[in-house]
Design a protein around this ligand. Structure first.
Ligand code: HEM
Ligand code: FES
Length: 442
């Protein structure tokens, strides 16, 4: 009998080849088993599309598209080379490229559901953020410095939009526009995501002023306006240069709300439509204003936003994540030292290189914070992670040890930033994650 050759999977981006011994496992599972980072937000359930790959070679060695894949490919107009790794089984050599590399890219995938050539009316929350005080900075510094600082602004102000499941629509001069709910979802969630993004942006500006720009003698301020309504969304423009566009009265109103901050002496204003979409008593609100916007025959009620009334776990986690993981190798090695001191027998479970294992863990922590804005995916993702840990030989008693070590590492790494609220937010989030994973443990 001819010898059956074990399929080889080639990952083109990182030029790595692995043997795929278990033909009953998917290409996503093959990545996980070989410690190759492969984003899979819904845990391999064919729901999130984040595990998507481009098949560079060996297409005929894969199963045909599953029903879930066919539907996804139709809506997103994928060519036949794009597949979901969690739906692919290989019977021979295949060469693939992972298409989503970082968590912040996941949001842009929403844009694939937007129609080509026509505009469709969709209910969305729209956030306009204007950076003030930038002119002074621009006039007093070299264009090189200004370009560098502007890029920092775009990054630190864009991150809160992305981490809250929003899409960055445009940068216009000193203005950033974010959209929430482009591909659907509950209006209360979309408005709350926009509000959380605004609060995250406010915190980011404060940190930038006090740390990075401390030598520039400037005090950058910002004004944010948020509105909710039905706007027209589509890929529009010249047939050879179509671009994503969103138009309509709710968009113009959001821009005017942002401008009204100057007159009102406020930092963040939300419209009545946003206020009413979020459950009563959730928001910490200051003054309210009745304002007649240009082109409207009625007054719009605006509210000054200070924050959430109760602790918002996601906001707390988001504000500490980049600081916590600023040196991810140090975080991971500190954490594993603690685990192996408290549970020495656990050392034998780790078969792979500890440096890459550490990066996977910190990548996963970031992934958890990002995917909290898509809770339906998080639960499914944790099921797969819980099941894979059973295969690694992890048992129930390991979870409290790991939780304790993670909390100790977080407390130490947060240093001066550490406070009870932040620790409580991390504890609650990690308890949810570990208890979900633990359900599958022996
Ligand atoms: C907060 C809870 C935890 C998270 C977020 C987490 C995260 C991860 C991730 C992302 C991987 C990479 C492979 C995969 O995706 O399956 C992994 C592997 C692994 N984890 Fe965890 N883990 C957690 C708890 C634990 C616990 C309690 C143990 C027990 C000591 C453990 C031991 C391992 C082992 C042995 C591997 C495989 C390493 C290897 O093959 O060398 N993990 N973990
Ligand atoms: S679609 Fe494959 S992991 Fe979500």
């Amino acid at each position: 009998m001819p010898e059956v050759k074990t399929p080889v999977i080639t990952y083109t981006g990182i030029n790595q080849q692995v043997e795929h011994h278990d033909l009953d496992t998917t290409l996503l599972e093959c990545s996980i088993m070989n410690q190759i980072p492969h984003i899979h937000e819904c845990g391999g359930n064919g729901q999130c599309t984040t595990c998507r790959i481009r098949v560079m070679d060996g297409h005929s060695n894969l199963n045909p598209r599953t029903l879930k894949e066919q539907e996804t490919a139709r809506i997103r107009k994928w060519d036949p080379s794009i597949r979901l790794a969690c739906q692919c089984y290989a019977k021979g050599d295949v060469s693939i490229q992972r298409l989503v590399w970082i968590n912040s890219e996941i949001n842009r995938l929403q844009l694939e559901t937007i129609p080509e050539g026509i505009a469709e009316e969709r209910p969305i929350a729209i956030l306009f953020c204007d950076i003030r005080g930038f002119t002074k900075l621009a006039s007093e510094n070299s264009s090189f410095d200004v370009a560098h600082i502007l890029n920092r602004f775009y990054t630190v102000l864009g991150d809160p939009i992305l981490i809250n499941n929003g899409v960055i629509y445009q940068y216009v001069g000193d203005e950033i526009i974010g959209l929430f709910g482009v591909s659907g979802g509950m209006k209360s969630k979309n408005c709350k995501d926009a509000v959380r993004a605004a609060l995250g942006m406010q915190y980011a500006i404060e940190r930038l002023n006090h740390i990075e720009l401390v030598d520039f003698d400037v005090n950058i301020k910002m004004g944010i306006g948020i509105n909710f309504g039905r706007a027209y969304i589509g890929h529009l423009g010249h047939p050879k240069h179509k671009q994503f566009a969103v138009v309509g009265d709710p968009v113009n109103t959001a821009s005017r709300i942002q401008s009204y901050n100057k007159e009102a002496g406020t930092d963040i204003l939300i419209s009545d439509a946003v206020f009413k979409s979020i459950p009563a008593d959730t928001l910490d609100i200051g003054r309210s204003f009745s304002n007649q916007m240009a082109g409207h025959d009625h007054a719009t009620l605006l509210y000054e936003l200070f924050g959430f009334k109760d602790m918002d776990i996601q906001l707390e986690l988001q504000q500490s994540l980049d600081y916590l993981l600023r040196n991810e190798d140090a975080f991971a090695s500190k954490f594993y030292d603690k685990v192996f001191t408290k549970a020495p027998e656990a050392r034998a479970l780790f078969k792979n290189n500890m440096a890459s294992q550490g990066r996977l863990l910190t990548h996963m922590l970031g992934g958890i914070v990002y995917s909290m804005s898509r809770p339906e995916h998080l639960a499914m993702g944790l099921k797969l992670l819980g099941e894979s840990h059973v295969r690694y030989g992890v048992h129930e008693a390991h979870y409290p040890v790991v939780l304790e070590c993670l909390m100790e590492t977080i407390r130490e790494e947060l240093g001066d930033l550490c406070n009870d609220k932040l620790l409580s937010a991390w504890k609650q989030a990690l308890e949810t994650v570990t208890s979900e994973m633990r359900r599958y443990a022996k």
